[in-house]
Design a protein around this ligand. Sequence first.
Ligand code: HEC
Ligand SMILES: [Cu+2]
Length: 351
Amino acid sequence: MRRVLLSVVQVGALLPAALYHLGALAAEAPSREADLLAAASTPLAYFLRSRGPAAQPVLYLGWTLATICALVCVIIAGMLLIGMFRRRKPQDARALVSEGGVRLVYVGSVLSTIALFGIAVYMLSVLAEVADPSKTPGLTVTVTAYDWWWKVDYVDGESRFSTANELHIPSGVPVLVLLKSADVIHAFWVPELAGKTQTIPGTANRQWIHADHPGIFRGQCTQYCGVQHAHMAFEVYAQTQADYDRWYTAQMGAAPAPSTAQAIRGRKLFAERCAGCHTVRGSKASGVQAPDLTHVLSRRLLAAGSVVNTPENLIDWIEHAQEIKPGTLMSDMQLSPAEAGDLSAYLATLK
Ligand code: HEC
Ligand SMILES: [Cu+2]
């Protein structure tokens, strides 16, 4: 009994402090790139702020539901406390009916029913609101989920290119994302920009995202899809139109032919060992089961958010993919030190 009371008091004392910290976090708006990166990886940040119109209604819905749940807890705990302190003697139990205590039960049931019905209507209206905003997309991209990475296809008339685990969009523009799956059911979720949508083999789902301001937003697969489900992250880069155009033009280009002897040896090695799975546009490598590596150096992270893309991590990934991401569909590549050097020199040209 004492312990119960103590816990209630403790939670009561902690709540205002927690709310204060949440409020302070929500108020700060990250501006510099470093802050954006930090913000991109803050867990639960999606409960504090939304960065686009598609996420705003979901955020409010989350707050409303959390508030109602908290109220229910407080009210029930309060009534429980009252009940404990004003307990009748066992032989008085029948007094409950004569004193009208049962009426409270009816009132409670009716209130709960009304509240639940209201919540259901509110939820459905939020679903309808985020499913189809009355806008035409400024950009349409196709995102295909693979075990355990994301392929992003940009198609503009004849020209097309694809990248992996990075979705670049111009900020302030509604973007329609067509969601597909190459294998099992995954779910695409960029909490600060939009709700979750499943990717289902054989169909294309639709998801709108729209970033109000430039920034980097972390996304994550949220449907359990196998051993490396947790390492199936991606990032959305919302950029100014000028930055986005610059990125787009650079991605469109094919890889240049390597010029040093070492890099040329590296490309030959790549053709022998990697081309069955990976594509490098501008070379003969045209595998489709793995990320397009034409501009792999332009990416911030490797292997769906597993490691930061540095020259050391890049070659480490190639030789020890199974250690970094056990079960991933790329095996450890056995390379002699000379081969590793050649391959690194070639990959360094894939900017
Ligand atoms: C059997 C097919 C296969 C072969 C062969 C293969 N890879 Fe991969 N590779 C993959 C898959 C699948 C992924 C995605 C792994 C993940 O994120 O879970 C990948 C990921 C990568 C990545 C990270 C790309 C990114 O943007 O995250 C690099 C770099 C890479 N491979 C380089 C190579 C090199 C170099 C070789 C040859 C020495 C090679 N791979 C051979 C299947 C393969
Ligand atoms: Cu997944």
